[in-house]
Design a protein around this ligand. Structure first.
Ligand code: GLA
Length: 427
Protein backbone atom coordinates (compact mmCIF):
# COMPACT_ATOMS: atom_id res chain seq x y z
CA UNK A 1 0.00 0.00 0.00
CA UNK A 2 1.25 3.43 -0.85
CA UNK A 3 1.86 5.68 2.13
CA UNK A 4 0.88 9.30 2.16
CA UNK A 5 3.55 11.83 3.13
CA UNK A 6 1.89 12.18 6.50
CA UNK A 7 1.82 8.43 7.10
CA UNK A 8 5.45 8.13 6.07
CA UNK A 9 6.41 10.92 8.44
CA UNK A 10 4.48 9.28 11.24
CA UNK A 11 6.11 5.90 10.60
CA UNK A 12 9.52 7.51 10.45
CA UNK A 13 8.72 9.25 13.72
CA UNK A 14 7.57 6.01 15.34
CA UNK A 15 10.68 4.20 14.11
CA UNK A 16 12.93 6.94 15.41
CA UNK A 17 11.13 6.82 18.75
CA UNK A 18 11.85 3.09 18.91
CA UNK A 19 15.50 3.70 18.17
CA UNK A 20 15.64 6.49 20.72
CA UNK A 21 14.35 4.13 23.35
CA UNK A 22 17.59 2.19 23.16
CA UNK A 23 19.91 5.21 23.08
CA UNK A 24 22.23 5.80 26.04
CA UNK A 25 20.65 9.04 27.07
CA UNK A 26 17.15 7.88 26.48
CA UNK A 27 14.69 9.80 28.59
CA UNK A 28 12.20 6.96 28.21
CA UNK A 29 14.67 4.58 29.80
CA UNK A 30 15.45 6.98 32.45
CA UNK A 31 13.31 7.89 35.41
CA UNK A 32 15.80 10.62 36.28
CA UNK A 33 15.25 12.28 32.97
CA UNK A 34 13.47 15.43 34.09
CA UNK A 35 14.86 16.01 37.51
CA UNK A 36 17.74 18.32 36.72
CA UNK A 37 18.58 21.92 36.73
CA UNK A 38 15.93 23.81 38.64
CA UNK A 39 17.75 24.98 41.69
CA UNK A 40 14.73 25.71 43.76
CA UNK A 41 12.13 23.32 42.47
CA UNK A 42 12.62 19.81 41.22
CA UNK A 43 10.33 18.42 38.54
CA UNK A 44 9.51 14.84 39.31
CA UNK A 45 9.11 12.18 36.65
CA UNK A 46 5.41 12.01 37.54
CA UNK A 47 4.95 15.74 37.02
CA UNK A 48 6.68 15.45 33.69
CA UNK A 49 4.45 12.57 32.66
CA UNK A 50 1.45 14.65 33.68
CA UNK A 51 2.70 17.62 31.66
CA UNK A 52 3.22 15.40 28.65
CA UNK A 53 -0.30 14.03 28.91
CA UNK A 54 -1.59 17.56 29.29
CA UNK A 55 -0.10 18.53 25.93
CA UNK A 56 -2.10 15.66 24.43
CA UNK A 57 0.91 14.51 22.43
CA UNK A 58 2.30 11.03 22.16
CA UNK A 59 6.05 10.49 22.16
CA UNK A 60 5.80 9.52 18.49
CA UNK A 61 4.03 12.78 17.64
CA UNK A 62 6.63 14.77 19.51
CA UNK A 63 9.40 12.93 17.73
CA UNK A 64 7.67 13.50 14.41
CA UNK A 65 7.80 17.21 15.03
CA UNK A 66 11.42 17.01 16.07
CA UNK A 67 12.45 15.09 12.99
CA UNK A 68 10.51 17.34 10.65
CA UNK A 69 11.89 20.53 12.21
CA UNK A 70 14.63 21.76 9.87
CA UNK A 71 18.07 21.73 11.45
CA UNK A 72 19.66 25.13 11.11
CA UNK A 73 22.67 25.48 8.87
CA UNK A 74 25.72 23.86 10.43
CA UNK A 75 29.35 24.56 9.87
CA UNK A 76 30.29 24.67 6.20
CA UNK A 77 33.30 22.51 6.96
CA UNK A 78 32.43 19.12 8.37
CA UNK A 79 35.80 17.46 8.25
CA UNK A 80 36.42 15.95 11.68
CA UNK A 81 40.04 15.42 10.82
CA UNK A 82 40.61 19.15 10.28
CA UNK A 83 42.16 19.67 13.72
CA UNK A 84 43.06 17.59 16.72
CA UNK A 85 40.58 14.86 17.60
CA UNK A 86 39.08 15.18 21.06
CA UNK A 87 41.23 12.37 22.40
CA UNK A 88 44.41 13.94 20.98
CA UNK A 89 43.48 17.28 22.49
CA UNK A 90 42.68 15.95 25.97
CA UNK A 91 45.73 13.68 25.97
CA UNK A 92 47.88 16.80 25.68
CA UNK A 93 46.54 17.75 29.12
CA UNK A 94 46.87 14.27 30.63
CA UNK A 95 43.13 13.59 30.36
CA UNK A 96 40.84 10.95 28.97
CA UNK A 97 37.73 11.95 27.08
CA UNK A 98 34.56 9.90 26.92
CA UNK A 99 30.96 9.55 25.90
CA UNK A 100 28.08 7.59 27.32
CA UNK A 101 27.27 4.41 25.53
CA UNK A 102 24.48 1.99 24.72
CA UNK A 103 24.41 -0.87 22.24
CA UNK A 104 22.61 1.51 19.86
CA UNK A 105 25.85 3.37 19.23
CA UNK A 106 28.12 0.38 18.88
CA UNK A 107 25.72 -1.32 16.47
CA UNK A 108 25.86 1.57 13.99
CA UNK A 109 29.06 1.68 11.99
CA UNK A 110 29.19 5.41 11.36
CA UNK A 111 28.61 6.24 15.04
CA UNK A 112 30.93 3.49 16.22
CA UNK A 113 33.64 4.90 14.00
CA UNK A 114 33.27 8.43 15.41
CA UNK A 115 33.53 7.03 18.94
CA UNK A 116 36.72 5.19 18.05
CA UNK A 117 38.25 8.25 16.40
CA UNK A 118 37.33 10.78 19.07
CA UNK A 119 37.15 9.09 22.47
CA UNK A 120 39.06 6.70 24.70
CA UNK A 121 36.63 6.32 27.61
CA UNK A 122 32.99 5.24 27.85
CA UNK A 123 30.29 5.19 30.52
CA UNK A 124 27.27 2.94 30.11
CA UNK A 125 24.26 5.25 30.00
CA UNK A 126 22.01 2.84 31.84
CA UNK A 127 23.15 -0.75 31.93
CA UNK A 128 25.25 -0.70 35.09
CA UNK A 129 22.63 1.05 37.21
CA UNK A 130 20.94 -0.93 40.01
CA UNK A 131 17.73 -1.28 37.96
CA UNK A 132 19.73 -3.16 35.33
CA UNK A 133 22.16 -5.25 37.40
CA UNK A 134 19.95 -6.50 40.23
CA UNK A 135 18.16 -9.75 39.46
CA UNK A 136 14.88 -10.05 41.36
CA UNK A 137 14.01 -13.61 40.31
CA UNK A 138 17.42 -15.00 41.22
CA UNK A 139 17.50 -13.04 44.48
CA UNK A 140 14.14 -14.51 45.47
CA UNK A 141 15.20 -18.00 44.40
CA UNK A 142 18.51 -17.89 46.25
CA UNK A 143 17.23 -15.91 49.23
CA UNK A 144 20.07 -13.43 48.83
CA UNK A 145 20.78 -10.47 46.59
CA UNK A 146 22.06 -11.46 43.15
CA UNK A 147 23.87 -9.18 40.70
CA UNK A 148 23.74 -10.17 37.04
CA UNK A 149 24.92 -8.06 34.13
CA UNK A 150 22.50 -8.07 31.21
CA UNK A 151 23.34 -8.89 27.59
CA UNK A 152 23.74 -5.26 26.58
CA UNK A 153 26.22 -4.64 29.39
CA UNK A 154 28.13 -7.77 28.38
CA UNK A 155 28.22 -6.62 24.77
CA UNK A 156 29.56 -3.20 25.77
CA UNK A 157 32.18 -4.69 28.08
CA UNK A 158 33.37 -6.95 25.29
CA UNK A 159 33.38 -4.06 22.82
CA UNK A 160 35.33 -1.84 25.22
CA UNK A 161 37.95 -4.52 25.74
CA UNK A 162 38.30 -5.30 22.03
CA UNK A 163 38.67 -1.62 21.21
CA UNK A 164 40.95 -0.65 24.11
CA UNK A 165 38.54 1.74 25.82
CA UNK A 166 38.68 2.69 29.48
CA UNK A 167 35.44 2.62 31.47
CA UNK A 168 33.75 4.77 34.11
CA UNK A 169 31.42 2.67 36.23
CA UNK A 170 28.02 4.30 36.78
CA UNK A 171 26.47 3.89 39.37
CA UNK A 172 26.05 1.95 42.66
CA UNK A 173 24.05 3.75 45.35
CA UNK A 174 21.37 6.07 43.98
CA UNK A 175 17.80 7.08 44.83
CA UNK A 176 16.69 6.67 41.22
CA UNK A 177 16.74 3.77 38.74
CA UNK A 178 16.99 1.39 41.69
CA UNK A 179 14.33 -1.29 42.06
CA UNK A 180 11.77 -0.81 44.81
CA UNK A 181 11.96 -4.52 45.74
CA UNK A 182 15.55 -4.06 46.90
CA UNK A 183 14.22 -2.34 50.03
CA UNK A 184 11.61 -4.97 50.92
CA UNK A 185 11.61 -8.25 52.81
CA UNK A 186 11.94 -11.29 50.54
CA UNK A 187 12.93 -9.01 47.61
CA UNK A 188 9.23 -8.45 47.08
CA UNK A 189 7.61 -5.04 47.28
CA UNK A 190 4.40 -6.59 48.57
CA UNK A 191 6.24 -7.21 51.86
CA UNK A 192 7.29 -4.61 54.41
CA UNK A 193 10.61 -2.75 54.37
CA UNK A 194 13.78 -4.41 55.61
CA UNK A 195 15.63 -2.90 58.57
CA UNK A 196 18.95 -1.02 58.76
CA UNK A 197 21.22 -4.05 59.19
CA UNK A 198 19.66 -5.99 56.32
CA UNK A 199 19.82 -3.02 53.95
CA UNK A 200 23.45 -2.40 54.84
CA UNK A 201 24.13 -6.09 54.14
CA UNK A 202 22.40 -5.77 50.76
CA UNK A 203 24.38 -2.63 49.93
CA UNK A 204 27.62 -4.38 50.80
CA UNK A 205 26.62 -7.44 48.81
CA UNK A 206 25.73 -5.40 45.71
CA UNK A 207 29.03 -3.51 45.79
CA UNK A 208 31.08 -6.67 46.45
CA UNK A 209 29.41 -8.64 43.67
CA UNK A 210 29.85 -5.87 41.10
CA UNK A 211 33.62 -5.80 41.57
CA UNK A 212 33.92 -9.59 41.96
CA UNK A 213 31.92 -10.33 38.81
CA UNK A 214 33.81 -7.79 36.74
CA UNK A 215 37.01 -9.40 37.91
CA UNK A 216 35.82 -12.97 37.21
CA UNK A 217 34.85 -11.94 33.68
CA UNK A 218 38.20 -10.27 33.08
CA UNK A 219 36.89 -6.73 32.73
CA UNK A 220 37.81 -5.13 36.04
CA UNK A 221 41.07 -3.64 34.80
CA UNK A 222 39.23 -1.62 32.13
CA UNK A 223 37.67 0.54 34.86
CA UNK A 224 39.52 3.61 36.09
CA UNK A 225 36.70 5.33 38.00
CA UNK A 226 33.41 4.31 39.58
CA UNK A 227 30.46 6.42 40.77
CA UNK A 228 29.81 4.96 44.20
CA UNK A 229 27.02 7.40 45.09
CA UNK A 230 24.97 9.50 42.71
CA UNK A 231 23.00 12.65 43.60
CA UNK A 232 22.67 12.51 47.38
CA UNK A 233 22.55 16.23 48.15
CA UNK A 234 20.07 19.04 47.48
CA UNK A 235 20.83 22.61 46.48
CA UNK A 236 19.80 23.92 49.92
CA UNK A 237 22.51 21.82 51.56
CA UNK A 238 20.21 19.15 52.95
CA UNK A 239 20.56 15.44 52.30
CA UNK A 240 18.13 14.01 49.78
CA UNK A 241 15.58 11.82 51.50
CA UNK A 242 15.25 8.39 49.95
CA UNK A 243 14.87 4.74 50.97
CA UNK A 244 18.59 4.45 51.73
CA UNK A 245 18.62 7.39 54.12
CA UNK A 246 15.25 6.56 55.64
CA UNK A 247 16.05 2.93 56.39
CA UNK A 248 19.77 3.09 57.17
CA UNK A 249 20.13 6.67 58.36
CA UNK A 250 22.39 9.46 57.12
CA UNK A 251 25.51 7.31 57.50
CA UNK A 252 24.42 5.25 54.47
CA UNK A 253 26.70 7.48 52.44
CA UNK A 254 29.72 6.70 54.60
CA UNK A 255 29.00 2.97 54.36
CA UNK A 256 28.68 3.10 50.57
CA UNK A 257 32.22 4.45 50.30
CA UNK A 258 33.50 2.18 53.08
CA UNK A 259 32.33 -0.93 51.19
CA UNK A 260 33.48 0.36 47.81
CA UNK A 261 36.91 1.10 49.27
CA UNK A 262 36.98 -2.43 50.66
CA UNK A 263 36.09 -4.25 47.42
CA UNK A 264 37.35 -2.05 44.58
CA UNK A 265 40.99 -2.39 43.56
CA UNK A 266 43.31 0.57 44.19
CA UNK A 267 43.40 1.22 40.45
CA UNK A 268 39.75 2.32 40.40
CA UNK A 269 39.06 5.82 41.69
CA UNK A 270 35.90 6.08 43.76
CA UNK A 271 33.62 9.01 42.95
CA UNK A 272 30.74 11.01 44.36
CA UNK A 273 28.75 12.28 41.34
CA UNK A 274 26.13 15.05 41.27
CA UNK A 275 24.34 17.64 39.12
CA UNK A 276 23.85 21.38 39.74
CA UNK A 277 27.35 21.17 41.16
CA UNK A 278 27.76 24.93 40.72
CA UNK A 279 25.09 25.40 43.41
CA UNK A 280 26.23 22.55 45.66
CA UNK A 281 30.00 23.05 45.71
CA UNK A 282 30.26 23.93 49.41
CA UNK A 283 27.85 21.17 50.44
CA UNK A 284 29.76 18.57 48.42
CA UNK A 285 33.12 19.81 49.70
CA UNK A 286 31.95 19.56 53.32
CA UNK A 287 30.54 16.09 52.66
CA UNK A 288 33.60 14.54 51.04
CA UNK A 289 35.77 15.66 53.95
CA UNK A 290 33.70 13.39 56.23
CA UNK A 291 34.53 10.30 54.15
CA UNK A 292 37.50 9.01 56.12
CA UNK A 293 38.07 5.66 57.80
CA UNK A 294 38.98 4.96 61.43
CA UNK A 295 42.62 5.89 60.68
CA UNK A 296 41.74 9.15 58.97
CA UNK A 297 42.39 7.73 55.46
CA UNK A 298 40.13 9.11 52.72
CA UNK A 299 37.58 6.63 51.34
CA UNK A 300 36.91 8.72 48.25
CA UNK A 301 39.15 9.69 45.34
CA UNK A 302 37.11 12.08 43.28
CA UNK A 303 34.10 14.29 42.66
CA UNK A 304 32.05 13.88 39.48
CA UNK A 305 30.61 17.07 37.99
CA UNK A 306 27.70 16.06 35.82
CA UNK A 307 27.73 19.41 34.00
CA UNK A 308 24.24 19.38 32.52
CA UNK A 309 24.50 23.01 31.50
CA UNK A 310 22.73 25.72 29.46
CA UNK A 311 24.16 28.29 27.07
CA UNK A 312 22.63 30.93 29.38
CA UNK A 313 24.71 29.73 32.35
CA UNK A 314 27.37 32.00 33.77
CA UNK A 315 30.75 30.37 33.24
CA UNK A 316 32.51 32.44 35.88
CA UNK A 317 30.13 31.06 38.53
CA UNK A 318 30.80 27.59 37.18
CA UNK A 319 34.57 27.95 37.35
CA UNK A 320 34.34 29.31 40.91
CA UNK A 321 32.49 26.14 41.90
CA UNK A 322 35.06 24.00 40.11
CA UNK A 323 37.84 25.72 42.06
CA UNK A 324 35.98 25.27 45.37
CA UNK A 325 35.64 21.56 44.64
CA UNK A 326 39.30 21.41 43.60
CA UNK A 327 40.30 22.74 47.03
CA UNK A 328 39.20 19.45 48.58
CA UNK A 329 42.38 18.02 47.08
CA UNK A 330 40.38 15.25 45.40
CA UNK A 331 40.43 14.50 41.70
CA UNK A 332 37.61 15.99 39.62
CA UNK A 333 35.98 14.63 36.49
CA UNK A 334 33.30 16.10 34.26
CA UNK A 335 31.04 13.09 33.95
CA UNK A 336 27.92 13.90 31.90
CA UNK A 337 28.54 17.07 29.92
CA UNK A 338 25.83 18.49 27.68
CA UNK A 339 25.06 22.15 26.98
CA UNK A 340 21.45 22.96 26.18
CA UNK A 341 20.43 25.84 23.95
CA UNK A 342 18.52 28.35 26.06
CA UNK A 343 17.64 27.88 29.69
CA UNK A 344 15.78 25.49 32.00
CA UNK A 345 12.33 24.70 30.60
CA UNK A 346 12.93 27.25 27.80
CA UNK A 347 14.73 25.50 24.95
CA UNK A 348 16.38 27.81 22.44
CA UNK A 349 15.66 27.04 18.77
CA UNK A 350 18.56 25.51 16.83
CA UNK A 351 19.09 28.67 14.79
CA UNK A 352 22.48 29.43 13.34
CA UNK A 353 22.94 32.19 15.91
CA UNK A 354 22.13 29.93 18.86
CA UNK A 355 24.31 27.11 17.56
CA UNK A 356 27.24 29.52 17.24
CA UNK A 357 26.61 30.62 20.81
CA UNK A 358 26.78 26.99 21.85
CA UNK A 359 30.06 26.54 19.96
CA UNK A 360 31.48 29.47 21.93
CA UNK A 361 30.17 28.09 25.23
CA UNK A 362 31.81 24.71 24.65
CA UNK A 363 35.01 26.44 23.61
CA UNK A 364 35.14 28.66 26.70
CA UNK A 365 34.11 25.93 29.12
CA UNK A 366 36.72 23.46 27.96
CA UNK A 367 39.40 26.13 27.59
CA UNK A 368 38.75 27.23 31.19
CA UNK A 369 38.98 23.67 32.48
CA UNK A 370 42.16 22.84 30.55
CA UNK A 371 43.82 26.04 31.74
CA UNK A 372 43.05 25.15 35.34
CA UNK A 373 44.36 21.62 34.82
CA UNK A 374 47.58 22.90 33.25
CA UNK A 375 48.08 25.42 36.06
CA UNK A 376 47.59 22.69 38.69
CA UNK A 377 44.53 24.46 40.15
CA UNK A 378 42.44 21.30 39.74
CA UNK A 379 43.30 17.63 39.33
CA UNK A 380 40.97 16.67 36.50
CA UNK A 381 41.84 13.51 34.63
CA UNK A 382 38.77 12.90 32.45
CA UNK A 383 35.81 14.60 30.81
CA UNK A 384 32.78 12.67 29.53
CA UNK A 385 30.04 13.95 27.22
CA UNK A 386 26.56 12.58 27.89
CA UNK A 387 26.11 11.28 24.38
CA UNK A 388 27.13 12.11 20.86
CA UNK A 389 24.25 13.42 18.80
CA UNK A 390 21.18 15.52 19.52
CA UNK A 391 19.08 12.60 18.28
CA UNK A 392 20.25 10.38 21.14
CA UNK A 393 20.31 12.95 23.90
CA UNK A 394 17.92 12.78 26.85
CA UNK A 395 17.51 16.55 26.38
CA UNK A 396 17.23 16.47 22.59
CA UNK A 397 14.65 19.27 22.45
CA UNK A 398 17.50 21.56 23.60
CA UNK A 399 20.01 20.37 20.92
CA UNK A 400 22.76 19.97 23.53
CA UNK A 401 25.33 17.71 21.89
CA UNK A 402 28.36 17.99 19.62
CA UNK A 403 26.73 16.29 16.63
CA UNK A 404 23.37 17.02 15.01
CA UNK A 405 20.52 14.63 14.17
CA UNK A 406 22.44 13.44 11.09
CA UNK A 407 25.67 12.95 13.11
CA UNK A 408 27.25 15.98 11.46
CA UNK A 409 29.62 17.89 13.72
CA UNK A 410 28.13 21.15 15.00
CA UNK A 411 29.92 24.33 15.98
CA UNK A 412 29.74 22.71 19.40
CA UNK A 413 32.09 19.93 18.27
CA UNK A 414 34.67 22.38 16.96
CA UNK A 415 34.29 24.51 20.07
CA UNK A 416 34.93 21.50 22.29
CA UNK A 417 37.89 20.51 20.12
CA UNK A 418 39.31 24.03 20.63
CA UNK A 419 39.23 24.66 16.92
CA UNK A 420 38.37 28.33 17.16
CA UNK A 421 38.02 29.10 13.45
CA UNK A 422 35.42 26.40 12.96
CA UNK A 423 33.55 26.91 16.20
CA UNK A 424 31.30 29.54 14.64
CA UNK A 425 32.73 32.72 16.10
CA UNK A 426 35.71 34.99 15.91
CA UNK A 427 37.48 36.99 18.59
C1 GLA B 1 21.63 11.67 35.70
C2 GLA B 1 22.27 10.33 35.86
C3 GLA B 1 22.57 9.72 34.52
C4 GLA B 1 21.42 9.86 33.57
C5 GLA B 1 21.04 11.30 33.43
C6 GLA B 1 19.91 11.47 32.46
O1 GLA B 1 22.50 12.67 35.43
O2 GLA B 1 23.44 10.36 36.62
O3 GLA B 1 22.83 8.37 34.72
O4 GLA B 1 20.34 9.12 34.08
O5 GLA B 1 20.63 11.75 34.71
O6 GLA B 1 20.12 10.82 31.26
Amino acid sequence: MKQTGKQKKFLAGALLTLLLLVGCGSAANDSAAQKKTDVTQETTAQETAAQETATGQTAAQQTEQETSAPEAAQTEEEDLTAGLSLKELFAQHGMKVGTCLSTYEINRNSINQVIQEQFNSVTMGNDMKPDYILDQKESQKQGQLVVNFNQDAMMMLYWAKQNHFSLRGHTLVWYSQTPEWLFHEGFDEKNGYVGREELLARMESMIRQVFEKLEEMGYLDLFYAYDVVNEAWMEDGTMRQNHWSEIIGEDYLWYAFYYADQYAPETIDLYYNDYNEQFKAQTISDFVRTLVDEDGRSLIDGIGLQAHLYTSDDLETYFEAVETLGKTGLKLQVTELDVCLGQYQMPGAPTDENLRKQGLFYYDLIRGLLERVDAGVIKMDALTFWGLSDAQSWRREYSPMLFDFAMKPKYAYFGAAQNMEKAGFAR
